[in-house]
Design a protein around this ligand. Structure first.
Ligand code: CTP
Ligand code: MG
Length: 230
């Protein structure tokens, strides 16, 4: 039986934001009058492509239920996990009764609030006919050095090295299988790395440089600046 391919979003939002060193997880910090996670989710919803957005929230999280977006009809709450990959897997499980194996899932960090609907469409348009899927990424602007201790051993050919961003877009069943088989592997820091372990070669699609991940305190001001420019 044929069916129309659907698009789902999964947003891991169960981190504690250790490097941000704030009084609450970074996804709940204020950015231009809204929390970081509200910006992120509203932008995903604005893309108007997702059947639903599954958001992985820690069970001890006292902040999520206070947000209006928590009651949005297209938002599904899933349980956060120990590592980011566990949170993503939990998000996938929360849509298991509705998603088809070959539906597309776009995984996007809650901590990337500057994502634009146009970048989401660019990723989808570039990969929708692909077998595997891929990710938004950026070429490296800096010259890259390989080190031994603090000594430089050499200069890397940066034309082969790109920085991985999100969203990362894969088929529901192959992403779920790849993450299930990668559980506990510390080398799995994004979805693409789980697919790579399966011998797949995800594609890169050049994204916008303003799609930053809020990681350290100075990133909040940077995100604010980028939002004003957009
Ligand atoms: N994340 C998650 N579950 C975890 C760990 C992280 O859902 N167990 C989410 C974060 O909430 C964030 C995204 O994965 O949206 C990217 O992770 P990262 O930037 O590392 O966020 P934190 O883990 O919260 O930050 P830190 O590593 O500084 O503690
Ligand atoms: Mg982390």
């Amino acid at each position: 039986m044929t069916h129309t391919i659907k698009f789902w979003a999964v947003v891991p939002a169960a981190g504690v934001g250790k490097r941000m060193n704030a009084d609450r997880p970074k996804q709940y910090l204020d950015l231009a009058g809204k929390t970081v996670i509200e910006h992120t989710l509203l932008r995903l919803l604005q893309a108007e492509v997702f059947t639903a957005v599954a958001v992985a929230i820690s069970e001890e999280d006292p902040y999520w239920a206070e947000l209006d977006v928590a009651r949005h009809e297209q938002i599904i709450r899933a349980k956060g996990g120990k590592e980011r990959a566990d949170s993503v897997l939990s998000g996938l499980h929360s849509i298991r009764d509705h998603a088809h194996d070959d539906d597309w899932v776009l995984v996007h960090d809650a901590a990337r609030p500057c994502i634009t609907p146009s970048d989401i469409h660019h990723l989808i348009d570039s990969l929708v006919d692909d077998d595997v899927g891929g990710i938004l990424a950026l070429p490296c602007a800096d010259t890259l050095k390989s080190l031994k201790g603090h000594n430089i051993l050499g200069t890397l050919d940066r034309s082969h090295i790109w920085r991985a961003l999100t969203p990362q877009m894969f088929r529901y069943a192959s992403l779920k299988t790849a993450l299930e088989q990668a559980v506990g592997n510390p080398a799995i820091t994004d979805e693409a790395s789980a697919l790579e372990l399966q011998g797949k070669q995800p594609k890169i699609v050049e994204g916008r440089p303003d799609n930053i991940k809020i990681t350290r305190p100075e990133d909040l001001a940077l995100a604010h600046f980028f939002m004003e420019q957009q």
